[in-house]
Design a protein around this ligand. Structure first.
Ligand code: A2P
Length: 350
C-alpha cells in the first residue's frame, strides 16, 4: 500500500463522503469547497432515508446515493462520518477498492496499525498506514492543537481538563433538539427530549456517554484520555477529566490545566501558543475577553486564552488556560480534510 493517495499524474482524486447528510458530512463538503481541494468527482453517500436528496458542491447539484458495498469503485479518498458500526463494516471495503479512508468514527482510533492524526500535532505519524487514517475525538483534537506545541517546548507531566461540549458532538439530530427544546422553553411549552437523555434547554449535564460503573468515568472521558496520550506520543501521561454537555450548538470549550516537569512562566506559554499553527490567542484581561463558543463557531482556529499560572500548584509548574474550538471543524470535518490534504502531498514510503 502506498503511503499517499496514488493518482495518475495531473489527475484530481475521486472523493466519497459516507454520512454526507450528517452534521459533520455537510461540513466536510464545505471544507473541500472552501479550501479548494482538487476533486474530480464527489460521491455523497448516506442511508436509504436520504437517497435522492440534492446537495450543492462547487455550484453543481449532487444527488445523495444509498451506501452499498459497491459504492467505492474508482474512489481515491473516502471520508467516513456515519458512526463506528458503519465504519467497521464499510471502511475495509473502501480500502479493498483501492481508496484511502479518513475515518471520523471511534472504530479504529486505538488500532496500532491506524495512525490517529491531528496535522498540527503529529503529521509525522501519517505514514506508514494500511489504508485507514483515524480522525480523533473532537475534544482530543481541539486540545492537542494547543498541547502539542507546549509538549515540544517543555515536557508535560500531567493534565487536568473540564469540558463544555456542544450539541453537534451528538449529531445533527441533537442540534435540532437543542433548538426545539429552547424554543419550547421560551414559549413555556412542555418538551419531551428524544435524542439526549436529559432536558437540554437552559441546562447542562454530565456527558451522555455510558459510565463505567467501576471507575465512574464515562466513555467520552476515556476516549479523550487514550487518544490525547496517543496523539502526543505520551502513553502514560496522567490525565484527569470531567466531560459535560452544555446548551451550545457547535463549539466545544475546555478548561485545561497543564503541569510541566519544570517551572514555565505563563507568559512563555502565551508566546509559544501565539506562534503555533491552528491557534488564535484571545486573552484580553482588561476587556475580560476570552475564548467563547460563539466566536469559535465557524472558524478553523482553536481560540486559547485565560493563560495564567495555576495558583493551585505552589511549585509553579502548572499553567491554566481556556480553549474554544469548533467541534464540527477542527473537532471533525476540517481535521479530516487536512488529513486528506496531507495524504495528497505526502511522500511515498519506502
Ligand atoms: P441519513 O441522513 O440518511 O440518516 P449525524 O452524525 O449528524 O447524525 O449524521 C449521521 C450521518 O450518517 C448521516 O448522513 C446519516 O445518513 C449517515 N448514516 C447513519 N446510518 C447510516 C447507515 N447505516 N448507512 C449509511 N449512512 C448512515
Amino acid at each position: 500500500m502506498n503511503a499517499h493517495v496514488s493518482l495518475p499524474p495531473h489527475q484530481s482524486p475521486v472523493v466519497a463522503i459516507v454520512g454526507a447528510t450528517g452534521a459533520v458530512g455537510i461540513e466536510i463538503i464545505r471544507c473541500l469547497e472552501d479550501r479548494m481541494v482538487p476533486v474530480s468527482e464527489l460521491r455523497l453517500l448516506a442511508s436509504a432515508r436520504s437517497a435522492g436528496q440534492v446537495i450543492p458542491f462547487k455550484g453543481h447539484p449532487h444527488r445523495v446515493q444509498e451506501l452499498t458495498e459497491d459504492s467505492f469503485e474508482g474512489c481515491h479518498i473516502v471520508f467516513f462520518s456515519a458512526g463506528a458500526s458503519v465504519s467497521r463494516r464499510y471502511a475495509p471495503l473502501a480500502v479493498k477498492a483501492g481508496a484511502v479512508v479518513v475515518d471520523n468514527s471511534s472504530a479504529f482510533r486505538m488500532d496500532p496499525a491506524v495512525p490517529l492524526i491531528v496535522p498540527e500535532a503529529n503529521s509525522c505519524d501519517l505514514v506508514p498506514h494500511a489504508g485507514i487514517i483515524a480522525n480523533p475525538n473532537c475534544v482530543a483534537a481541539i486540545a492537542s492543537v494547543a498541547l502539542a506545541p507546549l509538549q515540544r517546548a517543555w515536557s508535560i507531566a500531567r493534565l487536568a481538563m473540564v469540558t463544555y461540549q456542544s450539541a453537534s458532538g451528538a449529531g445533527a439530530a441533537a442540534m435540532e433538539e437543542l433548538r426545539q427544546a429552547t424554543a419550547a422553553a421560551l414559549a413555556d411549552q412542555p418538551f419531551e427530549q428524544r435524542v439526549l437523555p436529559h432536558p437540554y434547554a437552559f441546562n447542562l449535564f454530565s456527558h451522555n456517554a455510558e459510565v463505567d460503573p467501576e471507575t465512574g468515568y464515562n466513555g467520552e472521558e476515556l476516549k479523550v484520555i487514550a487518544e490525547t496520550r496517543r496523539i502526543l506520543g505520551l502513553p502514560r501521561l496522567p490525565i484527569g477529566i470531567t466531560c459535560v454537555r452544555v446548551p451550545v450548538l457547535r463549539a466545544h470549550s475546555i478548561a485545561l490545566s497543564v503541569r510541566f516537569d519544570s517551572y514555565v512562566p505563563a507568559e512563555l506559554v502565551r508566546n509559544r501558543l501565539a506562534e503555533a499553527p491552528g491557534i488564535r490567542v484571545v486573552d484580553d484581561r482588561e476587556a475580560n475577553h476570552f475564548p467563547m463558543p460563539c466566536e469559535a463557531s465557524g472558524i478553523g482556529d482553536v481560540l486559547v486564552g485565560r493563560i495564567r499560572q495555576d495558583i493551585g500548584d505552589p511549585t509553579g509548574h502548572t499553567v491554566a488556560m481556556f480553549l474554544s474550538g469548533d467541534q464540527l471543524l477542527k473537532g471533525a470535518a476540517l481535521n479530516a480534510v487536512q488529513i486528506a490534504e496531507a495524504l495528497l502531498t505526502a511522500p511515498v514510503a519506502a
